[in-house]
Design a protein around this ligand. Sequence first.
Ligand code: AMP
Length: 224
Amino acid sequence: MITIALSKGRIFEETVPLLAAAGIRVLDDPETSRKLILDTNQPDVRVLVVRATDVPTYVQFGGADMGITGKDTLLEHGGDWGGGSAGLFQPLDLQIAKCRISVAVRADFDYAYAVRQGARLRVATKYVAIAREFFASKGVHVDLIKLYGSMELAPLVGLADAIVDLVSTGNTLRANNLIEVERIMDISSRLIVNQAALKLKREPIRSIIDAFGAVVAAPGQTGA
Ligand code: AMP
């Protein structure tokens, strides 16, 4: 049995064509089904539906053999810049769910001036490890405020001077009168594999990695 951990929404939707290339079709729709273990057309392949931030945990500790997760989630999970967690093998950048992680502030906040002045900034984010590393590398003092969602609200109500969040089209920032002032890094989703599973189930896991890899390498694959 091969168990693949995925999260609902964007990553699941963008993974369907990759699974199809490996001859795998998920038989339930995670948006409508309440099942957490989804069968596929292959009796020896199943899909777990877990929270995005839990995907690395399931794969690292063998609850799943492989999973797909954003680089943002992997970096936060690993807790160190450059990422990587013991027991996790990262064979492929799947080039899906592309976005960037950025610093944003209220349009009327002079971020460059605050940084030049050496001001201590209050930064609200779900990505405390990435934010801590980024501001430390710039030599900017920050007080980090951990939030679990709707980061855009924090500067609007005076909870923070800045946020660190994922930006795709920029529509959410614009709708909330926020501007992007730093692009920390580009983000896309990665395939992660449990290293012990890779040894024990080498053939079936390799064939899935190769099928995914062929789609990623195919001309016209934009990941958009
Ligand atoms: P946008 O308005 O297109 O810039 O999207 C920004 C919102 O969508 C923010 O709330 C982000 O947290 C979320 N978002 C954007 N891209 C991704 C992604 N690849 N994965 C998860 N969340 C995302």
